[in-house]
Design a protein around this ligand. Structure first.
Ligand SMILES: *Cc1c(COP(=O)(O)O)cnc(C)c1O
Length: 463
């Protein structure tokens, strides 16, 4: 008998859900009481860091995940091996010194954005868990670009899962659209909705609210609140942090994280709590700055979404923020529930005090373009617009004794229009994207109508 691993349980931020294991937490996605699932305790790994600094990305993933996951050792190892087989760089997430910062490249997966790190693992995990339960799943998602393609590539070709991804017709970038619609596997369904991203999200939300439909078709979600997405992202904070400390001899590192839904930077916060020596977490937003305002003023208040050249961060309500807020309120689930209820009613909530781990700022369009141009001209390195927001916001926080690791969340070729605007020429290329130019596509146009989406799914779902 292979011993089971960590018996970590997961509880809800809203305090009204019985504790559950990792597998249930991941298959559920959201806690039944409407809260987010979090580990019942955060492991302290400080005595393991010397050993961890010697490991490959896959072996380090195993060590980090086993702190949180109740899977047999060999099964977890196999899932990790399969998840990262699709990456084109042998180090998975390499870090390089570029000018005054370190760039952590998280875009070597199949869709060239950091979401692959989590969704390649999640896709493997779903297939594994469904097999063991002899169950099936129909994933329904709405995307403005990066999440949908990463999710599709995470589950393409799997036997027990069908995936239905809605995108707003004509409103995602051509590269993002091709990354979705050129996937011809029989279990992948792309729906081009006649409407906006918000329309797609509203269709998804109202279908999920129909408990009967949800149960009948075993609907599942892949959105950024799934714990598996956060936990797999903790790994690259350790891998890059330990590597840069070893290279520079620095006693700690800082990170700059371009932020939308607060998923990526939340993983950094967990890494710090686990004992990775982190000086500062620099939270960087574009003009959609609800999170930057929160960390600078203590007030979290809703604005309007404006479209920018870093579209994957064009978000107002940050779906993972509730997890951080729970800890910030000292684990008081009643207080958290009241705060979220207030936010739902009034669009604002406030928290006293200040978290010294964080620094926060905004990169607007002009400074983003200027940062891309400067890094290209001065260092010969092309930043994608999301990464450039992070690099810009990090600038005032650079310190000689604390290397700044800037998370590069997408390959620049994915956002080649912004690059052309910044440097004056269309120079951002990637062979994987070039190869899609003439590839056959499959996509079904659909009206912005809930009935039409339900009928479409009912005819094609796994049952
Ligand atoms: C999703 C995404 C982000 C934001 O990540 P969050 O976890 O939502 O904060 C940043 N950059 C790119 C390229 C993304 O796709």
């Amino acid at each position: 008998m292979v011993p089971a691993m960590s018996a970590m349980h997961y509880i809800s931020t809203r305090g009204q859900t019985p504790p559950m294991g990792f597998q249930d937490a991941v298959l559920e996605g959201l806690a039944p009481d409407g809260g987010l699932l979090i580990p019942e305790r955060i492991p302290d790994v400080r005595d393991k860091l010397a050993f961890w600094s010697t490991l490959s990305y896959q072996d380090l993933s195993f060590e980090v995940l086993r702190q949180f996951v109740d899977l047999p050792v060999e099964d977890l190892k196999a899932l990790i091996a399969r998840a990262y087989r699709t990456f084109t760089h042998p180090e998975i997430a390499p870090a390089w010194p570029v000018g005054p910062v370190w760039i952590l490249e998280l875009f070597h997966g199949p869709t060239l954005a950091f979401k692959d790190i989590a969704l390649q693992f999640l896709g493997q995990f779903f297939e594994y868990a469904l097999e063991r339960r002899n169950a099936r799943l129909n994933i329904l998602g709405a995307t403005s670009g990066d999440t949908g393609s990463a999710a599709i590539h995470g589950v393409r070709g799997q036997q027990r899962i069908n995936i239905f991804i809605m995108h707003p017709r004509g409103r995602v970038s051509p590269a993002q659209e091709r990354q979705m619609t050129t996937v011809l596997d029989a279990n992948v369904f792309n729906l081009a909705v006649d409407g906006t991203f918000d329309d797609c999200q509203n269709l998804m939300k109202s279908i999920f609210r129909d408990v009967e439909f949800k149960r009948r078709y075993a609907l599942g979600a892949i959105n950024s609140v799934n714990w598996a997405r956060v936990v797999t992202q903790i790994v690259y904070y350790f891998s890059s942090g330990l590597y840069v400390m070893a290279q520079t001899g620095a006693p700690r590192v800082s990170f700059s994280v371009p932020t939308g839904n607060f998923g990526d930077i939340l993983a950094g916060w967990y890494a710090a709590q686990m004992g990775l020596p982190i000086g500062r977490l620099v939270l960087a937003t574009n003009e959609n700055d609800i999170l930057a305002r929160f960390f600078n003023t203590g007030t979290y208040s809703l604005g309007h979404v404006v479209p920018t050249i870093s579209p994957s961060m064009d978000i107002q309500v940050a779906s993972n923020f509730e997890r951080y807020l729970y800890y910030r309120m000292n684990g008081d689930a009643d207080a958290l529930r009241n705060a979220m209820e207030l936010f739902g009613r009034t669009g604002a909530l406030s928290v006293a005090g200040r978290d010294e781990l964080f620094r926060a700022g905004v990169g607007d369009t002009a400074s983003t373009l200027e940062t891309i141009r400067h890094y290209h001209d001065a260092y010969g390195y092309l930043l994608d617009p999301h990464t450039a927001v992070g690099v810009h916001v990090a600038a005032p926080h650079l310190r000689a004794d604390e290397p700044m690791i800037c998370l590069a969340t997408a390959h620049p070729a994915k956002f080649s229009d912004a690059i052309a605007r910044a440097v004056g020429r269309d120079i951002a290329r990637h062979p994987a994207l070039d190869a899609l130019k003439d590839a056959p596509t499959r996509v079904d146009p659909i009206p912005n109508d809930e009935r039409a989406v339900r009928d479409y799914m009912a005819a094609r779902a796994q049952v």
